[in-house]
Design a protein around this ligand. Structure first.
Ligand SMILES: Cc1ncc(COP(=O)(O)O)c(C=O)c1O
Length: 414
């Protein structure tokens, strides 16, 4: 096996240089800890960007996935497989949804939701002119051509030429703006759907103001617009409820999932009401309107089924709520300890962040050098998204390291 330094040198030659990875090669993990090839241990407060809720190498999860690997991995959607049906049932039983379509990532789930919305208006509502997507400034919905087109951060579209349209961006949290956009020009709605995250995660951990999601629901009902909640980052327990929308008295027509759903095994899902599901249903004699070779693969769905079982059996969602409250309190204190440097603490459950006056990348790099993994969200936020199995001692250790790094001046305005 090459050394860490040798592998980094190879990476420099063979990988496309789109990412800006930290210069460590991670090799194994357990719970909230990971180790690099040089033997250094890190406390992981990223969980693979809000993915590994069960932590690393959870013994039951590992056994369940290994058992499925030895039984059946993939048969395609020419046939059913038991794990896919059970995973869909698990989502339906815990959410507003009646039906589920599986795919492989968050971007792909949002692509599916976009296709559903267009075709729902064209085929079910018989309003084929309703093609506009409404999205919010600061949102993040993925990196595919279509989803980068509805992502409210223009930097992600730079250099890629003409994208999908029409898309109208409105201010997140502003119901009056949503009302105007949904009403359409001359009071004639042109939107097929509006897509929002219950918490804008990549945009900097911005929680929807109280009443916003319910207000959107009412506006969508009044105008016949589909309401899509992008729960790729907030779903599957991350906020202390199964799904982020469950903190409010509201249900969408469509919800997209990925990240936490497979515990680290790639999987995405479009969960929808019976009414919305008609948007992707095959018509007699017609083509299959949407599909994915790997979508609903037996291995990925077995991973999702294990995630559902373990989260429930170990009471991990309740733990997210408690640990999240504790972490939130600790982060709030940093605002007082570092005035003008730590500007704000934000978030819900175990999706949290602090906004800093300077560069969050400097904070993340310095923390990594001290054995703590964090990530950046938005322009100025240092994000915590730890595994749900995180213990108070881990959080204390993490906040202690972060405090030391902030005290050294990292993240302050230069
Ligand atoms: C809210 C949201 N939607 C979509 C995506 C895209 O997911 P993926 O990277 O799996 O395509 C992300 C990824 O960060 C996300 O946070």
């Amino acid at each position: 096996m090459p050394t860490q330094a040798e592998l980094l040198a190879i990476a420099d030659k063979v990988l496309v240089k789109n990412y800006r990875q930290q210069p460590i090669v991670l090799e194994r993990g357990r719970g909230c800890e990971v180790w690099d090839l040089a033997g250094a241990r890190y406390l992981d407060m990223t969980a693979g960007i809000a993915v590994c809720g069960l932590g690393h190498a959870h013994p039951t999860f590992t056994a369940r996935v290994a058992e499925q690997l030895a039984r059946l991995v993939h048969v395609s959607n020419l046939y059913f497989n038991d794990q896919q049906i059970l995973a869909a049932k698990a989502i339906v039983e815990r959410s507003f949804a009646s039906r589920v379509f599986f795919c492989n990532s968050g971007g792909e789930a949002n692509e599916g939701a976009m296709k559903l919305a267009r075709r729902y208006q064209a085929v079910v509502a018989e309003a084929p002119h309703r093609v506009t997507f409404i999205s919010t400034h600061g949102s993040f919905h993925g990196r595919t051509f279509a989803t980068v087109g509805i992502t409210g951060q223009p930097k992600y579209r730079e250099g890629f030429g003409p994208g999908i349209g029409p898309v109208e961006f409105i201010t997140y949290g502003d119901l009056a703006a949503a009302e105007r956009a949904l009403a359409g020009p001359d009071g004639k709605p042109t939107a097929c759907a509006i897509i929002v995250e219950p918490i804008q995660a990549e945009g900097g951990i911005v929680v929807a103001p109280p009443g916003y999601l319910a207000g959107l629901r009412a506006l969508c009902d009044a105008t016949g617009t589909l309401l899509i909640f992008d729960e790729v980052q907030t779903g599957i327990g991350r906020t202390g409820a199964w799904f982020g929308y469950q903190h409010d008295d509201v249900a969408p027509d469509v919800m997209t999932l990925a990240k936490g759903l497979g515990g680290g095994v790639p999987i995405g899902a479009v969960a929808c009401s019976e009414k919305a599901a008609a948007g992707l249903a095959a018509l007699p004699g017609g083509a299959v309107p949407h599909a994915s070779t790997f979508g609903g693969n037996a291995l990925a769905c077995a991973a999702a089924n294990a995630v559902f079982d373990i989260l429930e059996r170990e009471g991990l969602i309740e733990r997210v709520a408690q640990a999240g409250q504790y972490l939130g309190g600790q982060l709030e204190q940093l605002v007082d300890v570092f005035p003008g440097h730590v500007l704000e603490a934000r978030g819900r459950g175990l999706l949290r962040g602090i906004a800093v006056a300077g560069a969050p990348t400097d904070v993340v790099a310095a923390c990594r050098q001290k054995g703590l993994l964090l990530s950046v969200a938005g322009a100025n936020v240092v994000r915590f998204a730890p595994p749900y199995v995180v213990e108070r001692a881990h959080l204390d250790e993490a906040v202690g390291i972060l405090k030391g790094v902030l005290a050294s001046g990292a993240g302050a305005k230069k």
